[in-house]
Structures are given as C-alpha cells and as structure tokens.
Ligand binder design. Structure first.
Ligand code: ADP
Length: 291
C-alpha cells in the first residue's frame, strides 16, 4: 500500500486478480516464482560446526554451510585456507588421512554421514569426487568408466555398456572416444583424461559431485570444456567445486563460499559475493589485495 492504510479485502481481491500484459494473473506468477525459489533452495547437504584437525593442526574450524540441490557451490580462498579439507569432509575422504579428527556434523538428505553406523564407502558412492590431477587407471577407456560399476556389482555386459556410454555422454566425451573404447585411458589428452575421470565418477550415478580444482592443470580450451560441463551437469547432480580461479567460480556457480585461514568467512549468491561482499576480508580477496 502506498497511502499508509491497511489493505481491505477489495484491495486484496484486486491484487489477486491483477493481470500482467500477457493476461496471466500476477498472483499465479508470484506463486510460481515463490514455489520455484523454494524448490531452488532444497538443501542437499549441510555441514554444521565442522572442525577438522590433522594431529594438532586445525585445518578448518566451525564451518557451517548448506549445499543446495542441483546448484553449483564454488569454494574460493587463498592456498592453505582449508578448501580441500572441507571438500573431502563432505564424502568422508579425510577418513583415509592418518591422524585426522573431525567434529561437528555433515548431513546428506538429512542423514548424518559421520554417524557410527554409516559405511563411508556408501557415502562415497552417493557423493563422488574428481581430483585436481586426472588419474585414469592404466586400463582401457571402457574399463576406466566401468570400474565403479563392477565394484558395485554390475556384471551384465549389456548393462555395463549402456551405463558406460551414458556416463561418457554426460561427461561430453562420447563422440571423441566411441570408436576407441578398448584403447588405454592414458592415450587421451589431458582434458580428455579429466573428462574420463568425470565419466568414471558419474557412472555410479552419484547425487553430489565434489570437484577439487578439476581444471587447474589444463589449457584454456580444455578448461572451457570442463566449465561448460560443470554448468550442464547440475541438472543431474549437485556440485561443489574448489577453484583458485575467481572468474571460473563466477562463471560456473550459483553460490560461492569464501574461506580464509580455516574459516568460512562468507557464503552467498555468487553475484552478491563478487559484487557486494558483506565482509571486508572477502572484498580484499576478490579485489586482489591479498592471496
Ligand atoms: P586449500 O585446499 O585451501 O589449499 P587444504 O585443505 O589443503 O587447503 O589445507 C588446509 C590446512 O591443512 C593447511 O595448513 C595444510 O597444510 C593442512 N593439511 C592439508 N592436508 C593435510 C594432511 N594430509 N596432513 C596434514 N596437514 C594437512
């Protein structure tokens, strides 16, 4: 209301029946937008007061952050600030590091992944990972992708072939390798090897994909392909990506978290973080004053 009086039922009716130029009722448009906003913020993973120590060294402290479903969350910050440690805590990959201790909690679809009864192998099947350096096995292109499926007990050749093809298509690699599936994965270029590793991770159909600087060792063309892929993949999976490249974070993500010295300084919509950061430390970092 602009005249300061309380809205009457007539006002409310007028608002409900108001129409946009194409004849759609504004109320329906607003309701649809609200619904879609609500769907957009479905929480896939939630870290609460997460602290990770390597022996006496505190790598991250009291990190709380939500990972929204079917979005890309980028994690930025200077080297050594705890981004990879945080990423690895989302699928219990840190469990494999000697001397590590984790306190706080991480939930996946509301279930605590650090619960005593939880099998970390099953967590890692739901929350896959792609590393900085592509690491194909010295096996054929086909077997690199089929690997996780075989471990998961898929034996039938037809099913394996279909799942391998689907994963390679999702990773944007099928057309380049469909005629050379028996060749070694190591015969591919660096960018193709990284997409092969992405296909390998996708083959077991994870719900979340963690990517630790997946393009940092690649040339600009291969990097652009990985970035396009990340944007396309969010229809399939929820993605958390660590990157030291702020332009990359701005290009591929919907939300960005800034880490500094083991703390999550701020997290928000990517546009807001890069144009109107709330914290001074974030502003200093994105404007290149340190890091
Ligand atoms: P970033 O990914 O931001 O570069 P990391 O998570 O790799 O940061 O590191 C955070 C801190 O934890 C650093 O001080 C680093 O030296 C330490 N750290 C990381 N991995 C290990 C490890 N396996 N053992 C001991 N300390 C580690």
């Amino acid at each position: 209301m602009t005249d300061g009086r309380e809205p009457t039922s007539r006002d409310r009716h007028a608002k409900d029946t108001a129409r946009s130029p194409d004849g759609t009722r504004i109320r329906d448009v607003v309701a649809a937008a609200t619904l879609s906003a609500a769907q957009d913020v479905e929480v896939k993973m939630r870290a609460s007061d997460l602290t990770v120590r390597y022996g006496e060294t505190v790598a991250i402290r009291d990190v709380s952050i939500d990972v929204h479903s079917h979005q890309v969350l980028a994690l930025i910050g200077p080297s050594g600030c705890g981004k990879s440690t945080f990423l690895r805590s989302l699928n219990r990959m840190n469990d494999t590091v000697p001397g590590v201790s984790v306190s706080g909690q991480v939930h996946l679809d509301g279930e605590a992944i650090y619960g005593p009864e939880v099998d970390p192998v099953l967590v890692r099947r739901r929350v896959g990972m792609v590393f900085q350096r592509s690491n194909p096995f010295p096996k054929s292109i086909f077997e690199n992708v089929a690997y996780g499926l075989r471990i998961a007990g898929v034996r039938e050749r037809g099913v394996l072939a279909e799942r391998v093809e689907r994963a390679l298509r999702h990773a944007g690699l099928w057309d380049e390798v469909k005629d050379r599936l028996p060749e070694s994965g190591l015969s591919l270029s660096g960018g193709q090897q990284q997409r092969l590793c992405i296909a390998r991770a996708l083959a077991v159909e994870p719900e979340v994909l963690l990517m630790d600087e997946p393009a940092s060792a690649l040339d600009p063309i291969a990097t652009a392909k990985i970035e396009d892929l990340v944007s396309d993949l969010r229809d399939e999976v929820t993605i958390v990506i660590v990157t030291h490249n702020m332009q990359q974070a701005a290009r591929v993500s919907q939300r960005t978290g800034f880490f500094y010295m083991g703390r999550l300084v701020e997290v928000g919509d990517t546009t807001q973080i890069f144009t109107r950061p709330k914290e001074r430390e974030t502003e200093d970092y994105i404007t290149g004053r340190f890091g």
